[in-house]
Design a protein around this ligand. Structure first.
Ligand code: NG6
Ligand code: CA
Length: 511
């Protein structure tokens, strides 16, 4: 890698200095000759299929993400595992569907969802010789159920195979509104301890309910609790004044931590799971991005996302790591406009289509719930192009194991399949079947899409958000080739296909 090339000018001296500097040569890939590439997984929050220029965005321009798309492999049929955050991230990091754990969106004081005995993507890569780090939104719980935010916060990422972590513990709209670095809340003053409650008010900080006039944004009842930085959040929080974050600083603080991790590990293979806060609510982009789109805060947050992505590309370039680093850029679920705060996302949308040509969005059983932008960029190795292969993020685990030459045990990542050739653009046929998790389960088989019946038609909280959930008491079957917008339910015409696809879901569930 470049750090070593600079360090070791002459081959012989190079060999000697390498020997003394590192004690051993860097780990190699499965082929045995190439050094392992670094892996940077940029995981954007709530970014929809149509929210990026390269996927047809009209209300915002994203030159840096478009650069990745133009010079890398742009997927048109790639899916996160679920239509909300926690389940998608659970599946990404464990290679197991979230329904196996009954995972749903977690409150900000939930215990760690992933059992520390469970194999994880980070742990697997660590075993292959990678230094592993996570920076950004976590939302998989922390602690063992009795978490004291003023003490060592564990178990968490460091107990799941990450060597380094710098976290927004759950979401930007949930307390505690503090960063956690490794096992500690950052900048916490011991004389001002933190208490968190999701049941009853704690402390005397104003809430949106008691002091609506102190809010910078109007929020719905769930988001109307403790006010931090002028924004009411979900949940109550007392203390920790010196540790509170300022939302507008997220891009610089997170990029700083991500950049440091990259720079510090430039001389050995690293895996960085870089999990953006954007474009989740509350959308409070840094002032330098305000007004840079035509869509208000939601569009400006996309501009900020693009800038953050560009800085990472530049950082890798500056360190000479680009040709030995694979960047995977994708999102944890589909798009949402109104998700709890009045930030004009609906009013200023114009003709921008956050979900592209697909129906639904975040939370939905329809395609837009999980069909998200995904780009694989690795200059010199991945050829620029477009892949229409059906790809699931559930397969990132086994595919990267393939890349790193790691053999998975029988119990490990049981839902993940090695589709490395698809990821690298060397094969065009991806998954035959793909599970999409939401309040129900949908199954893709080629271009067929079956949506399992749900107990009731779209619940009120979904329709109130202006979302089409796709939840129906009757089965739904669509043929996406002719009907990408899932408008023509063919269930009555193809009862045997419905039966067969339902049986396949049950087979997967029973695995
Ligand atoms: C929901 C929140 C929503 C968002 C979501 C999680 C309410 C009414 N809505 O429960 O605002 O925080 O959880 O988003 O509380 S996710 O991207 O992390 O899944
Ligand atoms: Ca999300």
């Amino acid at each position: 890698m470049s750090g070593k090339k600079v360090f070791c000018v002459l081959p012989v001296i190079g060999a000697i200095c390498l020997f003394f500097a590192c004690g051993q040569a860097p780990p190699e890939s499965s082929s045995g000759s190439e050094p392992l590439p670094n892996i940077v997984l940029i995981y954007v929050d709530d970014l929809g299929y149509g929210d990026v220029g390269a996927y047809g965005a009209s209300g915002v321009s994203t030159p840096n993400i478009d650069f990745l798309a133009q010079n890398g492999l742009r997927f048109t049929d790639a899916h996160c595992s679920a239509a909300t955050c926690t389940p998608s991230r659970y599946a990404l990091l464990t290679g197991r569907y979230a329904f196996r754990k009954e995972a749903a969106v977690l409150p900000g004081n939930a215990p760690l969802l992933i059992d520390t005995a469970t194999s994880t993507l980070a742990g697997m890569l660590k075993g292959a010789g990678y230094t592993t780090g996570v920076v950004g939104k976590w939302h998989l719980g922390l602690g063992d159920g009795f978490l004291d935010w003023n003490q060592a916060i564990k178990p968490g990422p460091l107990e799941l195979g990450f060597d380094y972590s710098f976290l927004i513990p759950s979401t930007g709209d949930r307390v505690p509104s503090v960063y956690v670095e490794n096992h500690r809340v950052v900048n916490l003053n011991a004389d001002d301890p933190i208490t968190v409650s999701y049941r009853q008010p704690v402390g005397d900080r104003p809430t949106g309910d008691t002091h609506p006039e102190l809010r910078r944004m109007v929020a719905d009842p769930q988001h109307n609790k403790t006010i931090v930085n002028g924004i009411s959040r979900i949940g109550y929080m007392e203390g920790g004044e010196s540790a509170l974050w300022t939302d507008e600083e997220f891009p610089d603080i997170l990029n700083g931590k991500a950049g440091n991790f990259i720079a510090e590990n430039r001389d050995q293979p690293f895996f960085l799971y870089y999990s953006f806060h954007d474009i989740h609510v509350p959308r409070l982009p840094n002032p330098r991005f305000v007004g840079k789109s035509s869509m208000g805060p939601r569009g400006d947050a996309i501009v900020q996302t693009d800038w953050m992505t560009g800085q990472i590309i530049k950082k890798l370039d500056a360190l000479g790591l680009s040709e030995n680093t694979i960047i995977l850029f994708t999102s944890d679920n589909g798009p949402v406009l109104n998700d709890g705060y009045e930030d004009q996302a609906v009013e200023l949308l114009g003709d921008h289509q956050p979900a592209g040509p697909y129906r639904g969005g975040k939370y939905s059983a329809y395609e837009a719930g999980t069909r998200v932008p995904m780009i694989a960029y690795w200059p010199g190795t991945i050829k620029a192009g477009t892949s229409n292969a059906l790809f699931g993020q559930i397969d990132i685990y086994a595919s990267l194991a393939g890349l790193a030459g790691q053999q998975l045990s029988r119990e490990e990542a049981i839902d993940s399949k090695d589709h490395l050739p698809v990821l690298l653009g060397k094969a065009q046929s991806g998954r035959e079947m793909l599970v999409e998790e939401s309040l129900t389960i949908s199954l893709r088989e080629g271009n067929w899409k079956y949506i399992r019946p749900f107990g009731k038609n779209d619940p009120a909280w979904i329709t109130e958000k202006g979302i089409e959930g796709g939840f129906r008491v009757e089965p739904q079957l669509y043929q996406l080739q002719d009907d990408p917008g899932e408008t023509n339910n063919l269930a009555d015409q193809f009862p045997e296909r419905i039966q067969a696809m339902e049986a396949k879901i049950q087979e997967i569930e029973a695995r």
